[in-house]
Design a protein around this ligand. Sequence first.
Ligand code: SF4
Length: 240
Amino acid sequence: MSLDRRIDAVHLCLSRALEQHPQAAFASSFGVEDMVILDLIHRLDLTIEIFTLDTGRLHEETHALIARARTAYGRAVHVFHPDTEELETYVAAHGSNAFYDSLELRKRCCAIRKLGPLRRALQGKSLWITGLRRAQSPARSTTQELAFDAGNGLMKLNPLVDWSEAEVWAYVERHQVPVNALHRRGFPSIGCAPCTRAVHPGEDPRAGRWWWEQSGARECGLHVDTHGRLVRAHTTTTAG
Ligand code: SF4
């Protein structure tokens, strides 16, 4: 499919979804896919809440991009932070970098710094939009465009689910979309600074996330169902 047809399909998919779900929110980590979606939302002049999760451990390059995007698009970005008391209790008990000590402590850190803020961000929403693509990893290969997110109790829309990495970058080049400087330094997937490294050419794009763990565990929990699996679709049709 040509890039123009891909873009048209996303326009249609987002417009229809927002007709049915005016209480929608776009969850942006400010990775390259999310910047494409932000650019499309801006070009379409869609009214949609945009939020991000500031875990407190993000790269400086990510903070710089958030500021740049705010200026470039003139859009408000609602930033959700971890619950202070929960975080302080965890750090007091286990230390600041306990995620290196065990999978359980890593997941607890992600739960406090990401999942708790995400739950607050999604309160009152009936749909959330993400930049997930099937080709990002084997674990995401069955992701659907539209699916019910049982863990969070709302629909989840992934408008770029079929896009290839080349198509994402072609869009960025065509529209001069600002992107995180780390992408050009070998970071295809960008999370928290202590838990992300650059990958080598040919490596799994998510190999740099929690690189010290077994590959099967490399998700933070934002995109898994209540049983810990990657979310599968309950429906595969777009809204409308
Ligand atoms: S990615 Fe690392 S620092 Fe960030 S929330 Fe998860 S464990 Fe904590």
